[in-house]
Design a protein around this ligand. Sequence first.
Ligand code: SF4
Length: 310
Amino acid sequence: MEEMLSCDKQYVTLNLERYDSTDEALLRNYPRYVTPGSPLFDPVELARKTERIVCRHDERKYTGFYATGVYGGIATGYSCGCCLRCVFCWVDWSRDFPERYGRFYSPQEVFTNLSKTARGYRVTKLRISGAEPTLGKEHLLEVLELVEASEFNLFILETNGILFGADRDYVKKISNFKKPHVRVSLKAGTPENFAEKTGAKAESFELPFNAIRNLLDHGVSFHVAAMSADPRVMDEKERESLVLKLADIDAKLALNLEEEVVDPYKTTLARLEYVRLKLKWPLTQIYPPVKLPRRGEFLRRRLGRYSYVR
Ligand code: SF4
């Protein structure tokens, strides 16, 4: 079976016959990028399906190991496969077609690659990024055990929060380690917007917020990021709803929110085109940061000591 997909002269060929090691039925019904009218999926169910593709015993698929300049320089392992289908996602096609990309690495191989990369580039921090690093619980916990016993003192774990929201025990186990710092990345401010932007069912909107509560309850070091600085993909009302929801959990989370904008990676542009979402480039305006109220300013919403003000 072969299907040709095209977008902006970029072609992706699917040839399912080549992947006889993976259940064909799973691949045929496997959600890829979002198109208008795509059926919404349960992201926890998609996580389990994706794990059948990208996990094997305690191994996990990765597409590569590099050092990058973010976080002041960090060695990064790029994991393969995700349980969301964000329309503005920058990750390469391994997100949509995980059966075609990457190779399996044991926890020890991942740690060895991260360590070698860190030493080669003289950086001291480690990270797993790309797609969704929390798929494959056993694998990730074993990687963290190796990091914990190493000379590296900071491990950044980037997540969409779906599995940490669905599995409290997972967060409890993460809390046994001192080195991880988790970055939870929120995609939307309302259930409806979450469904539109991620392809997941609206009711799963709560899961990343549950993840935040679980991380707080277990004392894990973390901060929250959101695709909320870009007016092209989040209007003011939705942004306010997101900030207020965060502030209801803890006002400091809203004040320390790391806000992102959509960047024009090739994969991002293709995914936007597949879903027929037109953004104007270049981006000319972003929202100002979430701020504390000025002295004496009336609090528009009750947020304890803080308020969301523009
Ligand atoms: S942006 Fe992150 S959570 Fe969304 S699809 Fe891409 S890798 Fe997954």
